[in-house]
Design a protein around this ligand. Structure first.
Ligand code: HPA
Length: 279
């Protein structure tokens, strides 16, 4: 169990590197980290320099906390994230979200690479997450399991309004103004690292999900527990395969490759949201 001291120690190390006081956190997923390189007045803090911060071992995840300014907002961007499938506990993979909370961040915007489950979704399109299915959480890997720290948030957290409606509305307007294909849908989390079988994809579609991925929902839960406002957006990097004996197989290279189309679209939306950020 992390203590308040662990979070505070991480906060102190970060605050020694910059006088900027970020209020918005960005989590940039597989192949999507390059946006952090465009922050103005930025400081780059390798995750290895922050005590307790989990390191990602995955290709395509940089491993820096970048603090700087973007569209008039002071942001802290996680350039890559650690995953449950890397062997970290749910508490470990959500440590960075808690640190963001203790840094004074009140809004978190998360991004990820996801497989398209909805048969209308195409590679390179974006999906604003409006709701989620936490499959690992349903079967016992919820990040809030264990003793509750009442100073952070309540024991039982409602998730009916997890994905902030006003931020979603702004994102949709930006997408429309810029001709960016943006769906709204349900993200289903799996633990990974193996991709889903065709039978699992058919199940995932049947129970109401539009996209599938291996991150984000546990971070959203921890952020909501701490009372942070949340927006999350998936980049569709592959169409999930729902039949056996086809010539297709999902792989990490196609996920990273699709990131190249997704990054400029996502950048436009994120910048637009920051530029039009509600007071
Ligand atoms: N499944 C799970 N996670 C993913 C996928 C997928 O098809 N694509 C990118 N991340």
């Amino acid at each position: 169990m992390y203590t308040q001291q662990d979070y505070q120690k991480a906060v102190e190390i970060i605050q020694l590197k910059t006088d900027l006081k970020p209020t918005i956190g960005l989590v940039l997923g597989s192949g999507l980290g390059t946006l952090a390189d465009t922050l103005e007045n930025r400081v780059v803090i390798p995750y290895a320099d922050i005590p307790c911060w989990p390191q990602s071992t995955v290709h395509g995840h940089h491993g820096n906390l970048v603090i700087g300014e973007l569209e008039g907002q002071v942001v802290a961007a996680q350039q890559g994230r650690a995953h449950f499938y890397e062997g970290y506990s749910m508490e470990e993979v959500t440590f960075p979200i808690r640190v963001m909370h203790f840094l004074g961040i009140t809004t978190v915007i998360l991004t990820n690479a996801a497989g398209g489950v909805n048969s209308d979704y195409r590679v390179g399109e974006l999906m604003l997450i409006e709701d989620h299915i936490n499959l690992p959480g349903i079967v016992g890997a919820n990040p809030l399991m264990g003793p509750n720290d009442d100073s952070i948030g309540e024991r039982f957290v409602g998730l009916a309004q997890a994905y902030d409606r006003s931020l979603r509305t702004i994102a949709k307007n930006i997408a429309e103004q810029n001709d960016i294909p943006l769906h709204s849908g349900v993200y289903l989390a799996v633990s990974g690292p193996s991709f889903e079988t065709p039978a699992e994809i058919r199940m995932i579609r049947t129970i109401g999900a539009d996209a599938v991925g291996m991150s984000t929902v546990h971070e959203v839960i921890v952020a909501r527990h701490a009372g942070m406002r949340v927006m999350a957006c998936s980049g569709i990097t592959n169409e999930a395969i729902d039949a056996v004996d086809t010539e297709f197989e999902t792989n990490h290279e196609e996920v990273l490759e699709a990131g190249k189309v997704i990054v400029p679209r996502l950048t436009t939306i994120l910048k637009g949201v920051l530029n039009n950020f509600p007071a």
